[in-house]
Design a protein around this ligand. Sequence first.
Ligand SMILES: [Fe+2]
Length: 315
Amino acid sequence: MMTSIAKAHDVAYVRFRAPDLSKMHSFLLDFGMRDAEIETDRLFMRGFGASPFVHATEIADTPGFAGFGIRLPDLDALRRVAAHDGIEIHPLDAPGGGMVARLTDPDGFTVEAVAGQTPAQPVALPDRAPWNEGGAYPRRNDFRRAERGPSHVQRLGHVVLGVSNFRRSEQWYKQRFGLVTSDEIQPQPGVAIGAFMRCDRGDQPCDHHTIFLLERPAPPGYMHAAFEVADLDDLMVGHEHLKHAGHTHYWGIGRHFLGSQIFDYWRDPWGNEIEHWTDGDQLVAADGGGIGHIPELMGVQWGMPMPPLPGGEPA
Ligand SMILES: [Fe+2]
């Protein structure tokens, strides 16, 4: 196992370019985010959790993915990563401040290593009563009413990128950020085309995947970013809200195999895929990893089957 330069704690945010910030703003409010900072040429949105922002849009004629942030535990880790790539550290000009090193991955994606952000004050969620299930009925004389409206986005959970050479990208990310493989995707024994990778937080649990890299026939590109919502009711009412607001649905609702999340995928006004999820698997570093096969990658435990991937299926 390679020794990494640092160990990332989580993904921090995704960045996009778009020609119309008010259109993006309106979509992200419907998606369940909150305002962090709105400027004439930049839009920063947060969730209900402690991240100062989870989604940033910069005004530009050509819409598209502009990179993502990976949070490191401290400035020492950030300095080591920056020194390794021979780049400078700068103040992060965004809500929460902190410092950033802008790296470029093997496919040209901008990866912002960040540390020292000032956390935002988490926003309280509406009260949620327990479920009456499995023969236990903790909710009595307490009527379940799921409040209509957008979901409540908690945090950015993972980022998925299509890459041109999985092994090259895997090595790049693992070397800098200490990621651990949860499930390597092998269409045939010994042939890897991707991996669900998580952060190494030692004995502290973290999501089954934080970054998923997939080598596929299509050119390298952003695939999706996934935001955790409060719970199943929250995901379902958010689905209804997005549908009634006329946004474009892509895939869901269903439950994945790899990571086990209940998921719901949408497209922003420029077609970027963006996911709501809840109830994902949690692992510690010692839990190790496994092999995932194409039917588990593409399939669902229940719910809507996966639509065809642009550029063909990764098999
Ligand atoms: Fe996802």
